[in-house]
Design a protein around this ligand. Sequence first.
Ligand code: ZN
Length: 218
Amino acid sequence: MVTNSVVPGTVSADARIFCIGRNYAEHAAELANPLPAAPVIFMKPPSSLVRAGQPIHFPHHGQELHHEVELVVKIGRAGRVGALDQALSYVAGISLGLDLTLRDLQQQLKQKGLPWEVAKAFDQSAPIGEFVACDASIDLGDIAFRCSVNGVQRQAGNSRDMIFPVARLLVELSRIWTLQPGDLLFTGTPAGVGPLRIGDRVEIASDPIGSFAWSIVA
Ligand code: ZN
């Protein structure tokens, strides 16, 4: 484990943002997707990031904006993870984020077999909380987290239910990319995704990490 006590809250402008789709069985089922045999990987640009407390402007190129709360891992050192038992030494910090998704647009793209960027990688599509150091008190395999909208809980999940746990995800990513310090990994969302509307306040929280909120504006 990287044991630096303070993980910088700022996200570097050249950080890659890796995201995993369909990493919880109940979420795959709610969208009628088959369980993946290997991680479903996509990316968002750094311009997707929006810090807690900032307003999120509704993306008007679609209609159905969905929240997806996810555990987010920040990479602390460069390299390729060769084995599962090395993987967690690459993790510097953890936080929570939202993989905001224009579901109507994504469904159209999926049906046509087209890339997902316009549905998932638009401006402000990756609200991100503050990072806490991933020290020995953190068990990446047992982190409960939740999402509420206007005070009503919509999603509750636990990292133990991931189809591909964090260590496996880092090994899979390393087969394709050399990890860099500051890279972020959104690890997939549990069931309960649903719509956000203008005027809504969305809050994501986890006891070991913290609580972060955003308002959706026109
Ligand atoms: Zn997601």
